[in-house]
Design a protein around this ligand. Sequence first.
Ligand SMILES: [Fe+2]
Length: 195
Amino acid sequence: MSKRQQHRNAVEPYGSVRELQHYGTVVSVPIALDASVRGVSVENLNQVLVDTMTLRDLYKKHHWQVSGPTFYQLHLLFDKHFDEQSELVDGIAERIQSLGGVSIAMAHDVAEMTLIPRPPRGRDEVPIQIARLLQAHEIVLNEARAMARKAAEAGDDGTNDLLVSDVIRTNERQVWFVGEHLVDTPLIAQEHEPA
Ligand SMILES: [Fe+2]
């Protein structure tokens, strides 16, 4: 076993320390929402959270690894979207905490829970980068819409508002900006003179 594997498999050194709150539980919070409603919202928000963290990191991967004639433009756009996804991550995680839950935080847990397929470590061509991003956005939008409806039905308007106003609208706008790069138009249109 390599040193790295030994390190990874080592028992967490603070494992015997009592946790303040276990993951998957909700504590009492005086915001006039039943614990059962808050529990469902927390579970749903944690799923959107890990998928948003994955999408955020996919943007940084593509920001670093992009190449080709549109390098500079996409390098900047991908980083802008990374920043916006980072803001969403903070908003979702803090919503989970304000509902009395425990938010996922670490990459290990994100990797186990996310529904977004794992990309290769190597570099992709731009159309593949964009296809991966659009697929990830659609996964987030699909779940966010379903969860927003459930939150509204259960009376959790704050969660509904976060999902609709922030998560859904940001993702829809980013899909527009990224998707417009897929237009099937050559960068240089060459007119051929008749011989
Ligand atoms: Fe950078």
